[in-house]
Design a protein around this ligand. Structure first.
Ligand code: UDX
Length: 452
């Protein structure tokens, strides 16, 4: 049985700790937040993640997983120490590394035997080398250690599944023996293992997230054009996705990406590129397009309400940045609610699990216990998060409860034709339905637009 310490039991750390314990290792999760550790010891999860509580509690009962606030206890007898602390964005979008530095210092001060330090946090390229330096500087005596980068690719809401069935494991190190030992830890997961140098491993994480974010902004740009041209972006994406060079995933047009990773990582990569004298114009465009989605949603609702939202009651269906999580970080709902409030709307909202978190960020919003009470007396509804329960609403009932049947479907969960038939004033994202009744020949439109 190998012993692993995990520093930081936030999202990534907790899933990593529970996952490795489940694979039969002895894992100690360490965090400086006493309240969080107390909760975990009682079997209460600090975050909502399907399957996590069961996995944590089962492994605690089996004696394979425990939690502490003490570095000495965590590092005692450990062969590996994973750093999984937060790297929040700084003022200019750069990654703030103060927690990584604090963890590296504390590991250095408390280590009593050789260690393999594995970095799981998403960190700028070059951080692994810097962590090596920080540890060396703060060691009381020169005990050998190695730093290995092992970026995580977990999706919130799917993290347990993703941990157990990764598409690949990326390991970066200058010490092949240490990389080999970390590879051994991952062997039961039966995933391809890529071993490379530290900086390349760190870059693989940023490049992967930046590419996925680019796919989303790309399809959102196409959605804007589809709206103007009378085409349906949902079907465009299906048609594109059959080409294996494109693939069907991450082509859902909507209100754009949020969450703890994409916005922060694309910003951090663009920032680092600029600092190095590069001009990351594609990354900047990806971020701009994403921000525009939120403004655009409000503009569309304004149009649907006849030009203004002032004095109107607008209900948000969903608040979390995506379904199956209570995470509000960078959620489109925050900007959308604020834009609406700035324009004089009365904003109300319902979310199956994110309302407690949302209340702290959006105290001016009124919260409702279910979609039907939300709809009652509303002038417009906006689907902000594509929770499954919204896909199966009694739409007829919703329509009858509303003061005006205006529905802006920011996640394209409804069929436009059905919505029109039900009598909604409905718009989805990038869905040019219905096509104009007396269309001009496309050539003429192009000529008008200066294209011919
Ligand atoms: C992401 C990465 O997928 C993961 O590999 C990385 O480790 C962390 O960041 P996560 O933030 O949990 O994971 O969310 P993900 O499911 O990838 O969705 C990100 C955002 O993109 C959500 O706001 C989602 O609504 C949006 N999205 C996703 C789209 O708008 N369209 C799509 O087609 C896909």
């Amino acid at each position: 049985m190998r012993k692993i310490a995990v520093i930081g039991v936030g999202y990534v750390g907790l899933v990593t700790a529970a996952g490795f314990a489940d694979l039969g290792n002895r894992v100690v999760g360490m965090d400086i937040d006493e309240e969080k550790i107390e909760k975990l010891r009682r079997g209460e999860m600090p975050i909502y993640e399907p399957g996590l509580e069961e996995m944590v509690c089962r492994n605690m009962k089996m004696g394979r997983l425990s939690f502490t606030t003490s570095y000495d206890e965590a590092l005692d007898g450990a062969e590996f120490v994973f750093i999984a602390v937060g790297t929040p964005p700084g003022a200019d979008g750069e990654a703030d590394l103060r927690y990584v530095e604090a963890a590296a210092r504390s590991i250095a001060e408390h280590m009593r035997h050789p260690l393999i330090i594995v970095n799981k946090s998403t960190v700028p390229v070059g951080t692994g080398d810097w962590v090596t330096q920080v540890v060396k500087q703060h060691q009381k005596e020169p005990i050998p250690f190695s730093v290995v980068s092992c970026p995580e690719f977990l999706r919130e809401g799917n993290a347990i599944q993703d941990f157990m069935n990764p598409h690949r494991i990326v390991l970066g190190s200058t010490d092949p023996e240490a990389a080999e030992k970390v590879a051994q830890l991952h062997l039961p997961l039966r995933a391809p293992i890529i071993v490379t140098d530290l900086r390349t491993a760190e870059m693989i994480k940023y490049a992967s997230n930046a590419f996925l974010a680019t796919k989303i902004s790309f399809i959102n740009e196409i959605a804007n054009i589809c709206e103007a041209m009378g085409a349906d972006v949902k079907e465009v994406a299906v048609g594109m996705g059959y080409d294996p060079r494109i693939g069907p995933h991450f082509l859902e047009a909507g209100l754009g990406f949020g969450g703890s990773c994409f916005p922060k990582d694309v910003q951090a990569l663009a920032y680092a590129a600029e600092v190095m004298g590069r001009h990351p114009q594609l990354l900047r465009a990806v971020l701009d397009i994403n921000q525009d989605r939120r403004r655009m949603a409000v503009e569309r609702v304004k149009e649907m309400l006849g030009g203004s939202v002032a004095g109107h009651v607008v209900g948000l269906l969903g608040l979390s940045f995506k379904p199956n999580t209570d995470d509000m970080r960078e959620a489109p709902s925050i900007d959308i609610a604020r834009y609406l409030l700035d324009e004089g709307a009365r904003v109300r909202a319902y979310d199956p699990i994110a309302m407690d978190n949302a209340r702290r960020i959006l105290p001016e919003v009124e919260y409702f216990p279910d979609p039907y009470s939300l709809a009652e007396g509303a002038d417009a509804l906006i689907v902000v998060t594509d929770w499954n329960e919204f896909k199966h609403l009694d739409l007829e009932r919703i329509k009858n409860l509303m003061r005006r049947p205006v529905l802006y479907d920011g996640r394209n969960i409804y069929d436009p034709k059905t919505m029109f038939e039900l009598g909604f004033i409905y718009r989805g994202v990038g869905r040019g339905y219905p096509a104009p009744e007396n269309p001009e020949p496309p050539g003429l439109t192009m000529a008008k637009a200066g294209g011919l």
